[in-house]
Design a protein around this ligand. Structure first.
Ligand code: NAD
Ligand code: ZN
Length: 359
């Protein structure tokens, strides 16, 4: 089993990322000596991987909580149900919770684990591209309050994250591509070689079987890049902000039609292209960078533009974002592919920016 170990300043232990087959979770649970285990998953993921989950439950006195798939489950009601179930099933302080699913399951289960009995051990088994390269690493957990995304949450690090790229083969193409937007983001902000590698492959989804090794290297590289940033700034008060490249505009787009129209990664894809086109026009970014981003996104069937967004609506949404302050917004811009910087932009300029972007 191939592992990356890292630590966070306030944690007195290593957090392990294991690249292995999901069947190997059992070995990890045995090695850590847990007596009780509760797996939290969603209906779709359970149907696909019930063999693995049932086997754990049988051999290690485990139980299952199976939730409805989708963002709507990331809410107070479901969280309350999880607490009740954990309590009813007698889950103790030294037992283990496993988050087995995409980012929704990871964020919700992570938050439940961080608060139930004031914190109980957690293993993340991310099963989407997005959750493998992004949400399962870094310790952010959260639930939504209505349409306010991630309003309640905690920083809570898992003991272990288990990455098995074979589980990505059952993902629907749109979900796969959605996660690729975050992969492309890492190339844009931190690693030109990674960007070029993805560019040369073309469509990551269609080549995932023949280029399995390359896909695994790409996912591993994204995780390494994220760990490096998180170790410098776990609580997201400085450098971790760069992971928000494309997200200021992305969040505006994601919010339309009550989050029904675009998935997170799709909205971020549009955000990365539009903000880079704008920053090129201001002279902050090397000319030609936006074109490269446009091409790599299109190769991965991701959207690059949207019609009909009102600039005033976009401005209001940006200043309401939890990252904005009264003096302005920290925009993440590229100097060129592989190199980014944080620019504090006053609100007047943000207002002009939205007029220029959403004409
Ligand atoms: N904590 C963080 O740092 C962080 C970072 C980015 C995003 N997020 C959060 O992640 C969430 C989105 O995560 P997501 O994109 O993984 O969505 P998701 O968890 O809703 O999963 C998408 C869909 O894919 C299905 N699925 C999952 N794994 C599958 C598999 N292997 N095969 C087939 N189907 C599968 C799920 O049932 C679901 O229907 C959002 O709530 C977002 O806020 C958190
Ligand atoms: Zn994101």
């Amino acid at each position: 089993m191939d592992k990356i170990k890292f630590n966070i300043k306030r944690e007195e232990r290593n957090i392990e990322i294991s690249f292995c087959n999901i069947e190997e979770i059992q070995k990890i649970i045995y090695a850590r000596g847990y007596e009780g285990v509760c797996i939290i998953t969603d209906e779709t993921v359970y149907e696909l991987y019930k063999g693995t989950m049932d086997d754990i439950c049988e051999k290690i006195s485990g139980s299952l909580i199976i939730l409805e798939p989708g963002e709507k489950s990331k809410c107070m009601n479901t969280l309350g149900e999880i607490y009740s179930e954990l309590n009813l099933r007698g889950i103790k302080r030294d037992d283990l919770i496993i988050a087995f699913g995409g980012g929704v399951i990871g964020d919700l289960t992570g938050f439940a684990a961080s608060t139930y009995l004031r914190g109980i051990d957690l293993i993340q088994v991310p099963t989407t591209v997005l959750s493998q390269v992004d949400s399962s690493v870094g310790g952010k957990t959260a639930i939504n309050l209505g349409n306010n995304k991630n309003r309640v949450g905690a920083f809570y690090q898992p003991q272990n994250v288990i990455i098995d790229i074979d589980v990505l083969n059952t993902l629907q193409k749109r979900e796969f591509n959605n996660g690729c937007a975050e992969i492309i983001k890492y190339g844009c902000i931190l690693d030109e070689i990674l960007f070029d590698k993805i560019y040369d492959i073309g469509n990551l989804h269609d080549t995932r079987v023949i280029y399995k090794c390359k896909l695994e290297q790409i996912i591993r590289r994204c995780i390494e890049l994220k760990i490096d940033v998180v170790q410098k700034d776990e609580k997201d008060i400085g450098i971790r902000n760069i992971l928000n490249f494309g997200h200021t505009i992305g969040h505006v787009i994601e919010g339309i039609d009550d989050y029904e129209k675009f998935k997170h990664g799709e909205a971020v894809a549009i955000g990365m292209y539009l903000i880079t086109k704008w920053s090129e026009s201001k002279g902050y970014t090397v000319i030609g960078t936006a074109e490269k981003i446009k091409n790599i996104l299109l190769k991965n069937n991701l959207p690059i533009n949207i019609q009909g967004i009102d600039s005033e609506y976009a401005y209001r949404a940006i200043i309401k974002d939890k990252k904005a302050s009264a003096s302005g917004v920290k925009l993440i811009l590229l100097k060129e592919i592989g190199e980014c910087f944080i620019k504090h932009v006053p609100l007047e300029e943000i207002s002009k920016m939205t007029e220029e972007i959403f004409v």
